[in-house]
Write a protein that binds this ligand. Sequence first.
Ligand SMILES: *Cc1c(COP(=O)(O)O)cnc(C)c1O
Length: 361
Amino acid sequence: MPCPTAASVLEVDLGAVVANWRALSARHGGPVAGVLKADAYGLGASEVATALHAAGCRHFFVAHLQEALAIRGLLPGAMLAVLNGLWPGDAPAYAETGIVPVLGSLGEVDAYAAQARITGRPLPALLHVDTGMNRLGLPPAELDALAADPSRLDDIDVLFVMTHLAAAEMPDDPQNARQHAAFAAACARLPQAPRSLSNSSGIFLQGFGSDLARPGAALYGVNPTPGQPNPMRPAIRLRARVLQVRDIPAGAGVGYNATWTALRPSRIATVPVGYADGYPRSLSNRAEACFDGAPVPLVGRVSMDLVTFDVTDLPAVQPGAWLDLIGPAMPVDEVARRAGTNAYEILTQLGPRYRRTYLPA
Ligand SMILES: *Cc1c(COP(=O)(O)O)cnc(C)c1O
């Protein structure tokens, strides 16, 4: 069968991802992991894993064991850790594959130590302590219990003690200093081990270095320093083709419920991307695409499979013309701001109907 025409193309720049990893490594001044959860924030975990591994990255994180199993073979010699920790029954799979659980409660510590005794050797794991996010990690009472009886870790090879920052993208938030102090205090009460502290934004806080940073978003071009110029390179470009162009008179409404009305005779371009592709409905009447450097306002509602743009002032936009929905001129952070969400959500919703192409690293 002939390959159907690509109506929309998501171009992932693996060279930019690798350049961002190198820049973050230089900035952090120590080892930097790659966080690949949620299919590498929608960019493609296999492709990103392969590119980062070839560049020398040797520490990786995903959220679920099945995400780790899918890419394990691409990452010889690297640590591949599962942030969401140990489900009952999964310990043998970790022991067999060498995938590393991030232990987030005393119950998980004890369960993994029991697995190590069955396996007959110490097993590697990360130990997650909760310093105020109240989501995952040993809460203070469990830390007390472990500090009182550190022999519970005897059968576990603690590769890193880690915690997660709740507000690192806001440098003035006092929670950063509180978590930093709580993490130092927790580590001092546990057996000596390397430490892992910062996510993308934490790398840009003063004094938040550690033995392993864990960036995700910044690798993929999201600005880790909101309100300041983006130090990262954009890693994706989302382009879509105009399907039809029509002329409408002044006073005509566009799209569901006619939420936009033409004030003058207008030309409307219809593009085959919608909220089913992860282009949020909240962008209705709020987004802008880009044509040849010129802004193109989105008018009317974003529908499931279609979206409409006002191209009255751009006579060169004809059926088949390409509009940039996300790209260097319309950064993912700006799309997110207009949609009332963050760039993480925009990236992780990028839909399966885009034809994906990869620029090599
Ligand atoms: C998702 C996640 C990260 C990466 O966060 P970014 O803000 O994308 O850099 C790091 N650590 C943990 C525990 C996470 O859940």
